[in-house]
Each structure stands twice: as C-alpha cells, then as structure tokens.
Write a protein that binds this ligand. Structure first.
Ligand SMILES: [Mg+2]
Length: 389
C-alpha cells in the first residue's frame, strides 16, 4: 500500500521571524548570521539569494556578492519560541509527526481515504500555521520522506506540491542528482565524473555498479533515485534525552567541587550533542542528598549546544536547587527536548573565537576520547584533590 507522507519546512525561517519583528526589512536582502570575522550565513532572504548568497557561506563572501545586504545578529530565543509554537500547532492537528529540525517536520497521513484528502488536509494545516504565526511554510506531499522533501524543495517558497504515486517517476527523472537530499558535494562530483547527472540516469544504473562506485551508500542512493524510501516517521518526543550523573565516593558539601563536577558533566553532554548534530531545549539538574532525598530543577531554554550557555544554566539551576544544609551524594545533568540542528547556529552569538576554540577542542576529544581535555575550571585546585566534608 502507498503511504502519504508530508514534509513541512518553514521558508527562510530565521529571516522570516526577523521580518515579523520589523516589517521594514521586507523586500530587502537580509542575512541572519554572525557579524564577527568568522561568522557564517545562518539564513538569508530570497532577495539576498538572488545575489548568490547561500546559508553556511562566510559572511565576508556573502557581503562581496551582496554589499547592500543587512546583516542581523540572530536571536535564538525568538526562533525557538516560534519553532515551539509551530510544533504545538502540528501536535494538535496530528498525533504522529517527526520534528526533523528546528523548522522542518514530517507527518504520516497514511490511512486517509484518498491522496487528495491528504493534500487538502496539508493545505488547511499550512493556512492555520500562517494564520497563527504569520510565517510562510512550504510543504510537499508524496509516498515517502525523500520524495516529499524533494517536492518541498522544488516548490519553495510557499510550496504546496503533491507528487502522487504515479507521478513520482516523472517528477524525479529530469532533476539533477544533486537534488537527492543524501547526495553531498563529494558524491555529486563522483557521480558527475561517471557521467551520472540526472536522476533518470542514476535510476537506470545497475545497483551493483552504484555499490561499487559509492560503497554501502550506493544502494540507498540508487533506491532514492528510484523513489524508494521505507524510513518511518519517528514520533517527536520531548522526553527523549541524554544525561549523565556522578555519585561521589564520599558525600560532600564542597560547593566549588560540586560546581566543577556539574561543569564536567555538562561539557561532556554538550560534546555528545554536537557530535550527533543535536540541540537541546530543556536542561535538568538533579541532586541527591545523603539521606537519598532527590530533587530536580528544569528550565526551558532556546535551542543550543553551546558549552558556555549550558554551563551557565546548569550552575544557575544548581544554585536554585541546593539548600546547603545536607551532604550531597550525587549530581546529574539531563538535556531533553532535542532536535537536529547545526552547531553553526551558535556562530551568530558572535562567539566566533569561542566556536573556533570549541571546534578545536572537539577535534581533540574525537581523537583521544572526551575525557582528555577539560576547561581549567573543571580541575580541582591543588588542595581540593578529593571531595571534602
Ligand atoms: Mg526552512
């Protein structure tokens, strides 16, 4: 049986949020990104795209292509709030959806009586999102995630594209292989050199040839070119989390030591987030006292994977939580409300230097294990080598 899968993607999300705040930006080339020398484009308006500006491009290059562009430092708090508003609207309309990133969703409507009913449903949802948030959203409807996403991309902005089962082949065939989401620059070059530029060509190749050319990805890419993608919608669950805790060999009330342990846990978890290209939006700190009383405190925050921000929040939660009367036997940190996203988002915090440092530290951790380097503050002072009472 054919499935009906909808892919939704907010148009120029960060820029669109800025336009809602300041309508004078309308019709102008706008870039959201870091203003520091190392900043990159996180999002840009169609007017800026017209000049060849693209996301992830260094701001310096972007301004060479479009000197009149207005560069705005991003406001992750505002974008996170809009992202959560859209998530709430989608959740109310459809119990089974996947939040693929801060501004991207998949919904499985398999079981609706006709493909056309699914299309009308998607139109209604798109109108509702526009009415309640003011944001434009694109959608593609098709038989699986890949074709739905490609339909969105082809129709942007304000895409409302339906690729019915019998239209999948005619839709895919003329497109460049670079339009398949799994194909990056390197794979594209490799395929081009073998004379494979259109999807119809790729789809007609023997699968064994593709496996020879691209290794284990060869079959997946061949399947995508043939409109095959069995991946299910993974329901979004705010509770999905990553956490770490530390039980002390001796219970302690040594505050600097406790803060240092929390910092260490936070740095490790933030590194994991960045490695899996995820961002968190809920931070929880846990304390267990010597009598096993356990207390937690949680805060919703703007999406981030930035060490500095997370350390600050964890320490604030600890300060609010700790009553300073009893010995502590365990501390823990948990990140939940996770979405996929890029570390580059942090760049518009104007922490170019900080991000470069983090990237360098992450490289070392990847090579030698995450315990190898710590910020100086995580190391106990010489007279604090063991927890004190
Ligand atoms: Mg988008």
């Amino acid at each position: 049986m054919n499935r009906s899968v909808i892919h939704l993607d907010l148009d120029c999300f960060f820029v669109a949020c800025e336009l809602l705040r300041d309508s004078r930006l309308k019709g102008k080339p706008v870039i959201v990104g870091g203003k520091s020398g190392r900043g990159v484009v996180a999002s840009c308006s169609y007017e800026a795209r017209h000049f060849g500006v693209r996301s992830a491009m260094p701001i310096r290059y972007a301004l060479q292509r479009c000197p009149d562009a207005l560069v705005i430092r991003g406001d992750m708090d505002m974008y996170s709030n809009y992202s959560k508003l859209i998530t709430t609207i989608i959740r109310e309309q459809s119990p089974c959806f996947e939040k693929a990133s801060i501004d991207e969703f998949y919904i499985d409507l398999t079981g609706m009586d006709t493909f056309f009913t699914s299309y009308l449903w998607a139109r209604k949802l798109e109108e509702m999102i526009h009415r309640e948030s003011g944001l434009d959203i694109s959608f593609g409807l098709s038989i699986n995630k890949t074709v739905a996403k490609m339909a969105t991309n082809e129709g942007k902005p304000r895409a409302k594209l339906e690729v019915a089962p019998e239209e999948v082949r005619p839709f895919l065939d003329p497109l460049s292989v670079s339009k398949i989401p799994q194909i990056g620059k390197q794979t594209f070059r490799l395929l081009s050199r073998s004379g494979i530029r259109r999807i119809s060509t790729l789809a007609g190749m023997p699968v064994a040839f593709m496996e020879q050319l691209l290794g284990k990805n060869g079959r997946t890419i061949w399947e995508r070119a043939n409109g095959i993608d069995d991946r299910p919608i993974v329901p979004y669950n705010e509770k999905k989390s990553t956490s770490a805790e530390r039980t002390f060999s001796q219970d302690t009330i040594d505050i600097p030591y406790l803060r240092a342990q929390l910092l260490k846990l936070t740095v490790g978890l933030a590194f994991e987030l960045r490695q899996s290209r995820k961002l968190t939006s809920i931070v929880t700190v846990k304390l267990r006292y010597t009598n096993f009383d356990t207390h937690t405190k949680q805060r919703r925050i703007a999406y981030t994977a930035n060490d500095q921000q997370l350390i600050r929040i964890v320490h604030e939660l600890f300060d609010q939580l700790y009553e300073r009367r009893m010995l502590i036997r365990l501390v823990g940190v948990k990140f939940s409300g996770l979405v996929s996203g890029f570390v580059q988002m942090d760049l518009f915090e104007d922490t170019g230097h900080q991000t470069a440092l983090n990237n360098a530290l992450d490289e070392v951790r990847k090579k030698f294990g995450k315990g190898i380097i710590q910020r100086a503050a995580t190391l106990p002072a010489p007279d604090e080598q063991s927890p004190k009472h």
